[in-house]
Design a protein around this ligand. Structure first.
Ligand code: HEM
Ligand SMILES: *[C@@H]1O[C@H](CO)[C@@H](O)[C@H](O)[C@H]1NC(C)=O
Length: 370
């Protein structure tokens, strides 16, 4: 049932009006050399559901497009959901499981509680897919495709999502607490957290950069722009940024009050809406958007770091006199290079320890084991 990776090329030919054989073979080789080797099991190509659930990818893409139209930040939230899934037991949808009598799930873990969003969007997609093709499309694959579609919807680069993940029958709150990097991490801690998942320092910088921190002010995520018409793999598409996605005051408080590697006026402006006192309602304050968003959200993020305007301690750690300074500078001046590295890193992240073959199951309800 599962086609071999080479058929990804076929699919690209179908999608594209003109064949690009050289690029396609490079793409297939790149995927074979990178994404597939991270986990112990092998994922299949993006054609995986073409026979068993032909409408699967279209259904996910449409639902993501709708969700992001209603709430631009949802694109950021869905991307983060996939990251928080993959770093805990691998990309197995463990993050979606509710607590039960026999295990405590990941939703209440430190990095996730009161912070992860998008569960309802995934539930809706799963409900549609269960109507179309019962017990066929895994929750873990839905997360992987939704993350890619979100990035594309927000004007970022696209990539070919490898498929064939199956769903875990258990989750781990303790692994969520230990394996997800925290906002006060220094560079070594960040590099270790990614190395533990088989990801390089380049992957770490490229992935972190897309995301949370806005090219503007506040602890947020840059994102948005009109949906892109180009869906070619590895081709970054950039457009006017419009910030969505955010972080809570409690996650940047220590930085904006105590860090020394921060631009003074930037810190001062954040203190206005993020009170120094912990424990109050201010903890959850989402910093306001700044209208000064540059046109290229990716470039701007890295440029921000050069200006000591990283929003979390862990962001500025990427450019703070350490080994990743050069890469941050390179991405700041070359958005295409960032886009290609980001896409490749997403394929690798999406391939962390998947369950395949007869391991795990295809959940009927993403919140519960069957
Ligand atoms: C490098 C280590 C990383 C750290 C320390 C980190 C930490 C954080 C923190 C603290 C927040 C704010 C949460 C809140 O206040 O509620 C956040 C938001 C976010 N992160 Fe990360 N993150 C990291 C890497 C990543 C990666 C690799 C991705 C995806 C590929 C990602 C995607 C996001 C997104 C999209 C948001 C915004 C979510 C929303 O607005 O709903 N992060 N991150
Ligand atoms: C800043 O550092 C001081 C001294 O270590 C500490 O007492 C204070 O709580 C810190 N403030 C924040 C907001 O983290």
């Amino acid at each position: 049932m599962a086609p071999q990776p080479a058929s990804a090329a076929t699919r690209k030919h179908r999608r594209s009006s003109r064949p690009l054989p050289q690029c396609l073979s490079i793409l297939v080789l790149a995927l074979a050399a990178s994404g597939i080797t991270v986990g112990s099991a092998q994922l299949s190509s993006e054609d995986y559901y073409d026979g068993s659930c032909p409408a699967a990818l279209f259904t996910i893409r449409s639902a993501v497009a709708t969700a992001v139209l209603l709430d631009r930040r949802m694109g950021a939230s869905l991307l983060r959901l996939h990251f928080h899934d993959c770093f805990v037991q691998g990309c197995d949808a463990s993050v979606l499981l509710d607590d039960t009598a026999s295990f405590t799930g990941e939703k209440g873990a430190g990095p996730n509680a009161g912070s992860l969003r998008g569960f309802d969007v995934i539930d809706n997609i799963k409900m549609l897919l269960e109507l179309l093709c019962p017990q066929t499309v895994s929750c873990a694959d839905i997360l992987a495709v939704a993350a890619r579609d979100s990035v594309v919807q927000l004007g970022g680069p696209s990539w070919t999502v490898l498929l064939g993940r199956r769903d875990a029958t258990t989750a781990s709150a303790s692994l969520a607490n230990s394996d997800l990097p925290g906002p006060t991490s220094n560079l070594n801690a960040l590099l270790n957290a990614f190395a533990n998942k088989g990801l390089s320092s380049t992957d770490m910088v490229a992935l972190s950069g897309s995301i949370r921190d806005s090219p503007t002010a506040g602890c947020f995520v840059p994102v948005s722009s009109p949906p892109s018409s180009s869906r070619a793999a590895f081709v970054p598409v950039r457009a006017g940024a419009h910030t969505v996605g955010r972080a809570q005051c409690k996650n940047c408080r220590a930085r904006i009050y105590n860090d020394t590697d921060i631009d003074a006026s930037f810190a001062a402006s954040l203190r206005g809406s993020c009170p120094a006192q912990a424990g109050g309602a201010g903890d959850a304050a989402l910093e306001p958007l700044d209208a000064s968003s540059p046109d290229d959200f990716d470039n701007a993020y890295f440029g921000n770091l050069l200006a000591r305007r990283g929003l979390l301690h862990s962001d500025q750690a990427l450019f703070d006199g350490g080994a990743t300074d050069g890469l941050v500078s390179a991405y700041a001046s070359d958005a295409d290079r960032w886009g290609g590295d980001f896409a490749a890193a997403m394929v690798r992240m999406g391939s962390i320890s998947p369950l395949t073959g007869t391991d795990g199951e295809i959940r009927v309800n993403c919140r519960r084991v069957n």
